[in-house]
Design a protein around this ligand. Structure first.
Ligand SMILES: *Cc1c(COP(=O)(O)O)cnc(C)c1O
Length: 351
């Protein structure tokens, strides 16, 4: 090991807490406040979420994305229903069956699609291929925005899925673990890719955007949030000192840090994308639309990068290395990494 770099490209959850979230946490620590969300910080954070989305939505703060997704999905139907999602969706491959568990048996059904995206045709096919009583009745579509492979759905793509979903009686959930990166990448307002495009409930990611911990579940169809507080409590997701989950959201949302963070992470990924594409022998696998780059590198180069101390994931199933930028990734980090890639690519094999 030489020169272990301080910042990595493994995940945006490797990054620390952004200054705005940290400062709000310190402010919330100044005094006593009621527990379980009955405090001014939680009220303010929920109001800020409503401001960001420009609508009167219901907002709940939970600890992580798995619970946000699982509990949101559970609120969309009954145990005999199914949820459609992309075959690489986090709810399918990275949640250890939590959506099925918290919904008491709703089945997650997967559909294929280029660039990690669900299409209207795939949704239609999954619903229409079986309509008998022996099949778990499709009830919702879950879309990841930005997707697991760093692409985004634009408002027209979302509206097309919505039209199909509506015609088939399906609700729409959005896994927005990287929602901020999608908003920044698309240059849209949050409402254009949520309730104005048919999204009923959003898992709004905070952790990867610069919080220590915490995601918000945002119900645009407020009828769906009925007794959601009980769902959270039962699932162990009702924070006793809720203000420490909520205050960092206030810090992030009140002056736009959430979007600055996302924009910066996206810009660093764009720089990384450009520098990697310029290297002969490196194949970039997905269009860069948010804060990640997927690149195919020769195996000895991957090994040598790891040996130099660079941390990143090898996504064997989808091909290539996943390189993720965060709110604190610097241009120097990106140049140091791509410099090492360039040097290793130029080296004859085995030396
Ligand atoms: C990180 C992530 C989540 C949240 O995961 P937790 O580890 O449960 O917080 C959800 N969806 C996607 C697409 C993610 O990348």
């Amino acid at each position: 090991m030489t020169d272990t770099p301080r910042r990595h490209f493994a995940s945006d959850n490797y990054a620390g807490i952004c200054p705005e979230a940290w400062a709000a946490m310190a402010q919330a620590n100044a005094d006593h406040a009621p527990g379980y969300g009955d405090d001014p910080w939680t009220a303010r954070a929920a109001d800020l979420v409503r401001q960001v989305f420009e609508t009167d939505c219901d907002v709940y703060f939970v600890f992580n994305g798995t619970s946000a997704n699982s509990l949101a999905l559970a609120s969309l139907g009954q145990s005999y229903h199914s949820i459609l999602c992309h075959e690489v969706a986090h709810v399918e491959v990275d949640e250890c069956g939590a959506p099925e568990f918290f919904s008491n048996g709703m089945k997650v059904l997967t559909v294929p699609g280029a660039h990690g995206k669900v299409t209207p045709a795939a949704v239609e096919h999954a619903v229409r291929r079986r309509t008998d009583i022996h099949y778990p009745k499709p009830r919702a579509v879950s879309l990841t925005q930005a997707t697991e492979v760093g692409t985004v759905y634009d408002p027209d793509e979302l509206k097309a899925i919505w039209a199909t979903a509506r015609s088939l009686g399906l609700r729409i959930h959005m896994d927005g673990a990287r929602f901020a990166n999608a908003v920044a990448g698309l240059g849209v307002t949050p409402k254009e890719i949520t309730w104005q495009a048919g999204v009923d409930v959003l898992s709004f990611g905070g952790t990867k955007n610069g919080l220590a911990v915490g995601e918000a579940v945002v119900f645009f169809d407020r009828a769906l949030s009925r007794e959601f507080d009980y769902r959270c409590k039962q699932a162990g997701q009702l924070a006793s000192k809720m203000r420490f989950l909520a205050a960092p959201w206030v810090g992030m949302l009140q002056d736009g840090a959430w979007l600055r963070n996302a924009r910066h992470a996206n810009e660093m990924a764009a720089l990384l994308d450009g520098l990697l594409r310029a290297l002969p022998g490196v194949k970039v696998l997905q269009p860069r639309q948010a804060n990640s780059v997927f690149a195919e590198l020769p195996k000895p180069v991957v090994e040598a990068l790891h040996a130099k101390g660079w941390r990143f994931y090898d996504f064997i199933a989808w091909g290539g290395c996943r390189l993720m930028c965060a709110w604190d990734t610097t241009e120097a980090d990106v140049r140091a990494f791509t410099g090492d890639v360039r040097e290793l690519m130029a080296r004859p094999a085995g030396r």
